[in-house]
Design a binder for this molecule. Structure first.
Ligand code: FAD
Ligand code: SF4
Length: 513
């Protein structure tokens, strides 16, 4: 053939630049399901299904449009198991003049494919990913000469550039940021009746993939019983409409709140659809803005939502490509504790963690504050090796793709990048979780206590964390209040805290590895 157009599992974008000059007679699309992508981290079954089911639906759409597709299924007897080896086999088979590939979302995959092409002495044309609203080059330019990177400035540049929520030169409503209105909890009464999320029942294609995953990866974490994620562009669009209609209006106010047995609350559930490129961020943003203009949703919600997608999502991608591959090995706080075994089972007496982890294993989902201020915070306070934390987050969420997961886990949640993503470590006692959820009401521990048998482990470990890293944090203005409070603690109490922290560390079994 003339061009072999490579389409990876997170590049399921019908409007992709890979197809710009596609010639149905002479070009061929190449897609491969390979075990390596499900096993290089111990991937959740739902994440594997999400990718493979979406890939198969995408293939079927291409075939309907009379594209020729060279598609390797996982259980094909001659499947080589890795992308590089599968590509080599395909090149041998079809002898293309050139390979075309949109910039992959993971450094490792990009490197493997570039090396494979080099080895075979075949030209590989890398094309920009037109799914995003900014480019890694644009971000690198933005970062140049800045001592400290901040989301806020990059986000404002993108708001202006794409004319999103702008009123001429000024931000809609007069302010760039409505975060102060977006930190409510549900209080004692709990949430009012929550809207049901749209459920996408697995069709025959998805069901076949689910059976395959149970067969091929039976010991992998997670459950498929509840799998109801959108796996086609049409379903992703329905999920967007459902969110805008029923949840967007309350999204802002409650975006940080948590509640037992309520995984989704007012969140959009669009991350996996976005990351696999089933839907474009511009389409999602535009719908949210239309809802604001038509009076369906208030500005604090719509701006808060746009900030996540136009802001954070583009920003973390910029960070990833600017700092990879060395970013992966960063460990600013020299954390070396193994990941507790309960991260893979949810079996712990700490109710916030058992809720968040069980929900993660059941659905492949947790919202941002659960990831940052429950599982992430606990690993940070305990001092877990950042690479293990990163591998856990990459494994257990249906939306996990390294460019977005790594800066969030290793950077924002573990402070392992020394302040690139966050200007200070996100640390808090159990009282933060108490304020934002009802978890503590069903827990045997007390978030107000740092010592004693009923002391909340978060609270104990918080003070121990501050005292352990005091020297490192002293130069950080944003930590001065917290460190001042530490100074006020009597020596005897601090000693008791250290002792209890040590006892806690001894009780957690190591990760399965
Ligand atoms: P909503 O709350 O409805 O938000 C809307 C959209 O905004 C999301 O779909 C997502 O595309 C985007 N978004 C929100 N927060 C972020 C953020 N911090 N960074 C980038 N985009 C954001 N998101 C992933 O897509 N994949 C990951 O692997 C991932 N790993 C994370 C790991 C940690 C430790 C943390 C703290 C966050 C992580 N996030 C990740 C970001 C965020 O938690 C998820 O995007 C969000 O929870 C997905 O649910 P939702 O679609 O209902 O999001
Ligand atoms: Fe979590 Fe501590 Fe609250 Fe228990 S008391 S739910 S461990 S924050």
């Amino acid at each position: 053939c003339r061009h072999l157009v490579l389409v990876l599992g997170d590049q399921l974008n019908a409007a992709s630049s890979a197809f710009d000059d596609f010639d149905r007679e002479h070009d061929l699309v190449w897609m491969a399901e390979v075990a390596e992508e499900a096993t290089h981290v111990w991937t959740h079954k739902a994440r594997i299904v999400m990718f493979l089911a979406s890939m198969r639906h995408f293939r079927d759409q291409l075939l309907k449009k009379h594209f020729q597709v060279d598609y390797r299924e996982l259980e094909d007897s001659s499947n080589q198991g890795t992308l590089a080896r599968e590509l080599a086999a395909a090149v041998k088979r079809v002898r293309p003049k050139r390979l075309i590939l949109v910039e992959p979302g993971e450094w490792r995959v990009r490197n493997d494919l570039v090396q494979a092409a080099r080895k075979m002495n075949i030209e590989l044309e890398l094309r920009p990913d037109n799914h995003f609203l900014s480019t890694p080059e644009e971000f690198a330019q933005h970062a140049q000469g800045r001592k400290q990177l901040r989301l806020e400035y990059f986000y404002r540049e993108l708001r202006r550039k794409h004319d999103i929520l702008m009123d001429g030169n000024t931000p809609e409503g007069g302010k760039w940021n409505y975060d102060a209105e977006n930190r409510a909890s549900f209080g004692k009464a709990g949430p009012k009746k929550l809207p049901k999320t749209k459920h996408f029942r697995p069709d025959a294609t998805t069901t076949a993939v689910m059976e395959l995953v149970e067969r091929e990866f039976p010991d992998h974490p997670g459950d498929l019983e509840h799998f109801d994620w959108p796996v086609t562009p049409k379903q992703a669009r329905q999920a967007l409409d459902d969110f805008v209609e029923h949840r967007l209006a309350d999204f802002g106010q409650y975006q940080d709140a948590m509640w037992s047995d309520e995984p989704y609350l007012y969140h959009s559930r669009l991350s996996a659809s976005l990351n696999l490129k089933l839907i474009s961020p511009r389409e999602v943003i535009d719908e949210a803005v239309i809802a604001y203009r038509s009076g369906k949703a208030p500005l604090n919600s719509v701006e808060g939502f746009v900030r996540q997608i136009l802001g954070w999502r583009e920003y973390v991608r910029g960070i990833y490509w600017l700092f990879m591959p060395e970013y992966l090995d960063r460990n600013e706080l020299n954390a070396s504790q193994p990941m507790p075994a309960f991260y893979w089972s949810g079996e712990t007496d700490m109710h916030c963690l058992s809720q968040t982890i069980s929900q993660t294993l059941d659905f492949g989902y947790a919202h941002h504050i659960q990831r940052l201020m429950v599982t992430g915070l606990f690993a940070l306070l305990l001092g877990v090796t950042p690479k293990q934390v990163h591998e856990w987050y990459l494994a257990v969420y249906v939306d996990a793709v390294e460019w977005v997961e790594l800066p969030n886990s290793l950077g924002m949640s573990q402070f392992a990048d020394g302040g690139v993503m966050a200007s200070k470590p996100y640390v808090a006692t159990g009282k933060y979780i108490q304020r934002m959820s009802n978890y503590c009401q069903s827990c045997q521990f007390n978030p107000a206590e740092a010592t004693g048998e009923t002391a909340c482990p978060f609270t104990t470990l918080y003070w121990e964390f501050l005292s352990r890293h005091k020297k490192r944090l002293q130069g950080n203005n944003r930590m001065s209040m917290q460190l001042k409070n530490l100074e006020r603690k009597p020596k005897a109490e601090l000693n008791a805290i250290r002792k209890r922290a040590q006892a806690l560390r001894n009780t957690f079994g190591a990760d399965r590895k």
